[in-house]
Design a protein around this ligand. Sequence first.
Ligand code: GLN
Length: 383
Amino acid sequence: MTQIAKLALEDGTVFTGTAWGAIGERDGEVCFNTSMTGYQEILTDPSYRGQIVTMTYTEMGNYGVNLEDLESEKPHLAGFVVKQLSQRPSNFRSQQSLHDYLARHGIVGIAGIDTRALVRRLRTQGAMKGVISSIDLDNESLVRKAKNSPGLVGRDLVREVMPTAPRNWTEGLNTWAKLPLESNPAFADKQLHVVALDYGMKWNIARHLSDEGCRVTILPGTATAEEVLSYEPDGVFLSNGPGDPEPLVYAQDCIRGLLGEVPVFGICLGHQLLGLAAGAKTFKLKFGHRGANQPVQNLLTGKIEITSQNHGFAVDDTTLPACLEVTHRNLNDNTVAGLRHKEFPAFSVQYHPESSAGPHDSRYLFRQFREQMLAQEAATPSS
Ligand SMILES: NC(=O)CC[C@H](N)C(=O)O
């Protein structure tokens, strides 16, 4: 028998659809993602912690779920909203259905609602708190719960998804993810050591670093600068991660202690934290950027990159200290999409050069990090 589920927004709107995935109730900030494919990568991106994600594309689940395309151990989002859930996954790599996968991991889903109406509402009014439920079907009660839910602002969600202990990463990109023209035979004789500060890191970032000839040590995002430097890294990577960057003072302190000591590269939350550490401020975007075809211009080369994005906060242009330079801009709304430190070897991007899922235009940034580490090493007299 089909079970009913509801999605209620804090503005009083209630959508009624069918329950799938886990039966239950969760609150979160409701956001939309415009990617047509890549639901596995989206579900397992820890940056979605605390969010109910709506896909604008109409059918999800059609190629099932495999255990190779995961971006972390499990799905982290609060709920998943689709127009239509495919009943018959068909792909040679599929190992289970999307319904079974979400049910197994306790993620509540709703299908069959007018996702266009939902997205237009979010686009017009901005991101809203919401509740997805298949156990409480009372509209008033659900709207009240949506209004009273904590939302994202001011919360530390990193501690809910980051690893608790250090680990070594050795896995590279899968063969189908490699670009045939980009091999670099010189990598074999030069192993760089990167410490990746994990605030909820997508695994494809570590795979890329590994493919750039780096030995990767992953440390919890709460590590101090002293702890990081005790590993004697050639470079430090600042990962993506969930929620509001502002309350993550421990991470900003750590980064401040690393600047000038070692080359730094940040992605998404890591980019926002680098900005905050250097003295800029961040702000909440009206409804965020989430999708696999967001245009960005590299201001240093003039080239346009089509990028994968997932963020609801951004570095505020008007607060940049003199030591930071904007290197990339989002061409949809002109927000800051990349930064460079003028005094120290440190740079960051607001988008996802590791794609997964998404276009591969921005992979050059991993090579840029490698080159920065080599340049730093060449400039440092050996003791
Ligand atoms: N993908 C990310 O790292 C997201 C960064 C931050 N949580 C934001 O929403 O803006």
